[in-house]
Ligand binder design. Structure first.
Ligand code: DOR
Ligand code: ZN
Length: 448
C-alpha cells in the first residue's frame, strides 16, 4: 500500500507514551503507525524531531467578520499555522457577534474560504438569544460562551435569571458553555474609584480586577452547573483561587474544565505591568508570580485542563496609551504559545507527554472534537505538529503573521520550536514558511 504522506524516523508523543515509529496518511487520516518502513507519495524525514498530535488553541479572537482591521480568518489562521497550531476555536465577540444561526453560517463560510487550518466555532449567549440555544446546537458549534464581565466588544452579561435558564437549555444540548468569569460589579466599582483618585498607571488595571472578582464568578458558574447539569468551562483562568475552586468542583463530580495561557503562567503582573504598561493589559489581568505557579501546578495535577492563548489582536494605536484606562485589553498569542511552552518543557517544568495532553488531547476532548482531533492513532485526522526541541530562537513581534504586531513576549528567548504544521495530511507550515491555501474546515462536535 502506498500512502499519500509518510512521516518517517520521528518520535511520536502521546500523553501516555513516547515511541519511535513511522506514520502513514491516507485521505487526510492516519492510516498506519508502524515500526517498519512505509512508502508514500510524499515522505517527510522527521529524524531528530518529535511528532505531536496536532496542537489546538481553544481560544482565539480572529475578528472576522466586522473587525478585520485587527485580524481576519486568513491572517489569524496563518499565525496559528506558523505557531504549530492545527486547529483553533474562534470567539464570538465579532461584529455582529456570533449569536444567531445566520451569524454561524457566515462564520463557517468565511472560515472555509480563508482559513489555512481547521477551526471550531463558539456562539455567544446574551440576554435576548437564550431561546436560540437549542437551534444553535444543531448548527455545528462546539459550545457556547457567556461574558460574565465586560470586556472587548462590550457584550453585556445576561442577568442571573437568563444565565441560569441558559445553563438549563445548554445542559440538554450536551455542549459545553465557557465563561469569561469576572464579577462585573466589583470591577466597575473599583475602576470608578481609581479613576476618581486620578490613577492612570498600569497597575491600576490589575488592582481593579482582583482575584476575588474571578473567584466569585467561577463559584457562581460552578453552582449553576451543579443545579442545571450544564458542562462548564472557565476561559483564561488567571488566579490561584480559580485553580483551587475548579479542582474542588472536579473532585465533587461537577463537569467543569478550565484553561490558562502562557502569559498567566510565565509573567509577573506586579513587575511586568509597570515595565510593559498597556502592552500587557489583558482581561483578566496577569497577576503575581504565585498565581502563575499555582496554575502551572494545576496543569500538572489536572485541575487546569489546557493551554489556550486568548489571542486578542488589536492595532498599535488601540493598545499603546499612557492612560491605562484608554488602552484596549488583549494581545497576540496564537503564534508564540508553542515555543514558549516547549521552552518550559526543555526547562524540565513538564514533560512533552504532559504538554501534549494539555495542548492537544484535552482541548479536543473538552470541545467535542476527540478522537477526530487530539489523538495520534489510526482513524484520527492526520494533524501533526512536528517540533525540534533543540531549535532556539527569539520572539520578535514584528515577525508575527498576525495583522497585529503586539506581543508582551517580544525579545523572549525560546528553545523548542514547531517546524511543521500538518492538517489532514496537508503541510501548512514548514520551517516557518506558511502555505496560506485555505484548506481549513469547520470541526463540529463528534457524538453528542
Ligand atoms: O483582554 C481581553 N481581550 N480579554 C477578553 O476577554 C477579550 C479580548 C478581546 O477580544 O480583545
Ligand atoms: Zn478571549
Amino acid at each position: 500500500m502506498s500512502y499519500d504522506l509518510v512521516i518517517k524516523n520521528g518520535v511520536l508523543v502521546t500523553p501516555e507514551a513516547t515511541i519511535q515509529a513511522n506514520v502513514g496518511v491516507k485521505d487526510g487520516r492516519i492510516a498506519a503507525i508502524a515500526s517498519e518502513e512505509l512508502s508514500g507519495r510524499r515522505v517527510i524525514d522527521a529524524a531528530g524531531l518529535y511528532v505531536l498530535p496536532g496542537l489546538i488553541d481553544g481560544h482565539v479572537h480572529f475578528r472576522d467578520p466586522g473587525l478585520t482591521y485587527k485580524e481576519d480568518l486568513a491572517t489569524g489562521s496563518q499565525a496559528a499555522a506558523a505557531g504549530g497550531i492545527c486547529t483553533f476555536i474562534d470567539m464570538p465577540n465579532t461584529k455582529p457577534p456570533l449569536s444567531t444561526v445566520e451569524a454561524f453560517q457566515e462564520k463557517k463560510s468565511l472560515g472555509e474560504s480563508k482559513a489555512c487550518v481547521d477551526f471550531g466555532v463558539v456562539a455567544v449567549v446574551v440576554q435576548d438569544n437564550v431561546d436560540l440555544i437549542p437551534e444553535l446546537a444543531t448548527t455545528g458549534i462546539v459550545g457556547y460562551k457567556v461574558f460574565m464581565g465586560e470586556t472587548v466588544g462590550a457584550i453585556p452579561a445576561p442577568d442571573d435569571g437568563a444565565m441560569l435558564e441558559a445553563f438549563g437549555l445548554i445542559s440538554k444540548t450536551g455542549l459545553r458553555v465557557g465563561l469569561h468569569a469576572e464579577n462585573n460589579q466589583i470591577m466597575q466599582h473599583l475602576i470608578k474609584r481609581f479613576k476618581a483618585q486620578g490613577r492612570t498607571d498600569a497597575l491600576a488595571h490589575l488592582d481593579s480586577r482582583p482575584e476575588v472578582a474571578e473567584a466569585d464568578a467561577i463559584q457562581k458558574a460552578i453552582l449553576f452547573a451543579e443545579y442545571t447539569g450544564a458542562k462548564v468551562h472557565i476561559y483564561h483562568m488567571s488566579s490561584k483561587k480559580g485553580a483551587e475552586l475548579v479542582g474542588q468542583a472536579k473532585k465533587a463530580g461537577i463537569d467543569v474544565t478550565a484553561e490558562t495561557g502562557p502569559h498567566y503562567l510565565l509573567m509577573d503582573g506586579p513587575t511586568d505591568m509597570p515595565k510593559l504598561k498597556s502592552m500587557l493589559k489583558m482581561n483578566p489581568p496577569v497577576r503575581a508570580r504565585e498565581h502563575g505557579a499555582a496554575l502551572f501546578q494545576g496543569l500538572l495535577d489536572g485541575s487546569v485542563d489546557m493551554i489556550a492563548t486568548d489571542h486578542s489582536p488589536h492595532t498599535q494605536e488601540e493598545k499603546i496609551k499612557d492612560n491605562i484606562w484608554e488602552a484596549i485589553p488583549g494581545f497576540c498569542g496564537v503564534e508564540t504559545s508553542v515555543p514558549l511552552m516547549l521552552t518550559q518543557v526543555n526547562a524540565g517544568r513538564m514533560t512533552l507527554n504532559q504538554y501534549v495532553k494539555v495542548a492537544s488531547e484535552n482541548p479536543a476532548r473538552v470541545w467535542g472534537m476527540y478522537p477526530k482531533k487530539g489523538r495520534l492513532a489510526v482513524g484520527s485526522d492526520a494533524d501533526f505538529t512536528l517540533v525540534d526541541m533543540g531549535k532556539e530562537g527569539v520572539i520578535r513581534s514584528e515577525r508575527l503573521h498576525s495583522k497585529s504586531k503586539v506581543s508582551p513576549f517580544d525579545g523572549y528567548k525560546v528553545k523548542g520550536m514547531p517546524v511543521y504544521t500538518i492538517v489532514r495530511g496537508n503541510v501548512v507550515m514548514k520551517d516557518g514558511e506558511v502555505n496560506s491555501t485555505p484548506i481549513g474546515k469547520l470541526v463540529s462536535p463528534q457524538a453528542r
